[in-house]
Design a protein around this ligand. Structure first.
Ligand SMILES: [Zn+2]
Ligand SMILES: [Zn+2]
Length: 335
């Protein structure tokens, strides 16, 4: 099959690679759509992925080799993990945190920047007709955002600040509104992403380059937001977020920062800030996301800005290093 492989740090190419060989409990999907994730960009740029790696963990497809309860021809998305399926965590939908889990598309096992991908049958979630392939590929990043919002325990009427309007920040804004947050304030430098944030449910937009964030926040919520979501992942932002959140507020860190980051705890102590870290999701987050798309209770499609075939992935990576108009780029291997 054709797949996009890592040639060397910073270099990708389309290559012929062996078809997936599923082991027990694994199904094979014909990939219909796969999102490019910021984590892919960062791991690739950092040289963290061995030559030959196939990335891609935000995907959906059609079952071509069935396993478990699946039937050939079904459309599904899947948690991008090969988990054991037997342990306590797997049985309660926490396969992403299974001690034996191997990631799909993040270096452990081949991902979906390819015509076909092997998945754990028990980690799949069926896509109803109301969820097309584009939306199917958005389920994973939206589930990340849903999990972060659940960890932050947003309540109706509360205010929140989302730092960063990449796909995860946008998803957080969307779910925060969905669960009844009154003020959903999004701080983002890139004008096109601020515009997207507005479409996804943000009630206030702040450009941190042209306004003083604390002053603008003060105008919207005098006490400060109940919850701050850090959705960028660069050093210094956790400290800034502690500065923004209200007394006894919650801070949820979702941005993947691989560099050391210093914080000065005294301010968090005086505010009694609760700090949470949220990574990945539970299987129920996938199912809820699929249900809400199917029922048209959420409308995430605006975040899809580009579609490319396998041969367009290299240039999409270059464009995403300094995103201008791009947000979520989908790979459609059939294009
Ligand atoms: Zn991702
Ligand atoms: Zn397990």
């Amino acid at each position: 099959m054709q797949a996009v492989i890592v040639r060397a740090p910073g270099a990708l190419s389309v290559a012929d690679v062996p078809d997936p060989t599923p082991t027990e409990g694994q199904a094979v999907l014909r990939v219909t759509a796969c999102g490019i994730c910021g984590t892919d960009l960062r791991l690739h740029e950092a040289g963290a992925l061995a030559p030959g790696t196939v990335m891609g963990h935000e995907f959906c497809g059609e079952v071509v080799e069935a396993a478990g309860q699946l039937r050939v021809g079904q459309r599904v998305t899947a948690l991008p993990v090969h988990s054991c399926g037997r342990c306590e965590r797997c049985r309660s939908g926490l396969g992403a945190y299974c001690a034996e889990q191997r990631s799909i598309g993040l270096g452990d096992r081949p991902g979906a920047y390819a015509e076909f991908v092997a998945v754990a049958a028990h980690e799949t979630v069926q896509l109803p007709d109301g969820v097309d392939d584009d939306h199917g590929a958005l389920v994973e990043p939206l589930a990340v955002a849903l999990h972060a919002v659940n960890v932050g325990r947003i309540r109706r009427g509360e205010s929140c600040l989302v730092i960063g309007a990449g796909p995860i920040g946008l998803g957080v804004a969307l779910w925060a509104r969905h669960f009844g947050a009154h003020d959903v304030i999004v701080a983002e430098r890139c004008p096109s992403r601020r515009a997207l944030a507005e479409q996804m449910g943000a009630t206030h937009l702040i450009d941190p380059d042209s306004e003083e964030l604390p002053t603008s926040l003060q105008r919207i919520t005098a006490e400060g937001p109940n919850v701050v979501f850090e959705a960028v992942g660069v050093p210094g932002l956790i400290q800034q977020a502690i500065g923004h959140v209200r007394f006894r507020g919650r801070l949820v860190v979702t941005g993947m920062c691989v560099a050391p980051d210093q914080i000065q705890p005294a301010l968090a102590l005086t505010k009694e800030t609760s700090i949470f870290f949220a990574l990945s999701y539970e299987k129920d987050d996938f199912q809820y996301t699929v249900d809400m798309i199917d029922q048209e209770r959420i409308a995430p499609a605006p975040m899809i800005t580009d579609r490319v075939g396998l041969d367009g992935v290299g240039s999409a990576f270059q464009a995403l290093e300094k995103p201008d108009q791009q947000c979520k780029v989908l790979i459609e291997p059939g294009l």
